[in-house]
Design a protein around this ligand. Structure first.
Ligand code: ADP
Ligand code: MG
Length: 275
């Protein structure tokens, strides 16, 4: 499409998995920060009513005057909701608990699945507004209308999978939803990659899960595996991404590698599209 091919158009990636606790929010925060650290301009759109991505990027709850709820209701533009974060070159459209009531409110609207896509389109067409090279969308732990809005707005999905026994459980349902969105709402949607999270080198099971997921999903799985790292889980309580909390720790270094892999995949895809 002309939009995705145009230089300067943002790449829009949604962090999705209907399971909770697999690392979606942590990856939105830290992949976003790592991309910004290596020169990209990033917008994180928080679509989880819990608002943990907003908090982890240093946006205090009291500072969330306009949120993604207002945007999806049609009562604010995305540009109005966007705030600067504690991270240079990274902005946030924060969420609040109001978002948990959104689905019922828009359930009967004709454009209910396209609320986010339309808001992002207005933002990127606004020549006087901020420009982003990457937009990351943090989804709630469900395959609800909110997640469908994210999938309808995105070029591609990044799927975090936790290195645990039931890692692959639920993946086929997620892939089915992606397929339905592709058929009905967003033909260009692809799976950008699968990121294995919370890898524990002391646990043989982690190795087994990595091997199984690679066998099942092939080169869709990023080479970078995110280790379980206490610094990663401590950082949000300081309102900071782990890269600003402890740049040298294994978690920060892994998210930097993931960011360069994401950029590499983007370059390869662009070169293939141009050829
Ligand atoms: P989700 O958004 O998918 O629900 P989160 O990103 O909130 O998942 O992660 C769930 C929990 O696991 C959080 O408490 C988070 O701090 C922790 N966590 C995530 N990734 C790591 C990691 N690499 N190392 C240690 N703890 C992690
Ligand atoms: Mg989350």
């Amino acid at each position: 499409s002309p939009r995705s091919g145009a230089p300067g158009a943002p790449r829009i990636l949604a962090l999705a998995n209907q399971k909770g606790g697999v690392g979606k929010t942590t990856t939105a925060i830290n992949l976003g920060t790592a991309l910004a650290a290596i020169g990209e301009t990033v917008l994180v759109i928080d679509l989880d009513p819990q608002g943990n991505a907003s908090t982890g990027l240093g946006i205090d709850r009291r500072a969330r005057k306009l949120s993604t709820y207002d945007v999806l209701c049609g009562e604010a533009t995305l540009r109005d909701a966007i705030q600067e974060s504690g991270v240079p070159q990274l902005h946030v459209a924060p969420s609040t608990l109001d978002l948990s009531g959104l689905e019922l409110e828009i359930a009967n609207e004709r454009d209910r699945a396209f609320r986010l896509r339309n808001a992002v389109k207005a933002l990127t067409e606004d020549e006087s507004g901020p420009r982003y090279s990457y937009i990351l969308i943090d989804c709630p732990p469900s395959l609800s209308l909110i997640t469908v809005n994210a999938m309808a707005a995105a070029h591609a999905i990044v799927v975090p999978l936790q290195c645990e026994f039931f890692a692959l459980e639920g993946l086929s349902q997620l892939l089915k939803t992606v397929e339905q969105v592709r058929t009905g709402l967003n033909p260009g949607l692809s799976i950008h990659g699968i990121v294995l999270t919370m890898f524990d080198a002391r646990n043989n099971l982690s190795e087994q899960v990595v091997a199984d997921v690679r066998q099942f999903m092939g080169d869709k799985v990023y080479e970078t595996v995110i280790p379980r790292n206490v610094r990663v889980s401590e950082a949000p309580s300081y309102g900071k991404p782990v890269l600003l909390y402890d740049l040298k720790c294994a978690g920060s270094q892994a998210y930097l590698r993931l960011a360069s892999e994401v950029i590499q995949r983007e370059r390869a895809a662009r070169a293939a599209a141009a050829a």
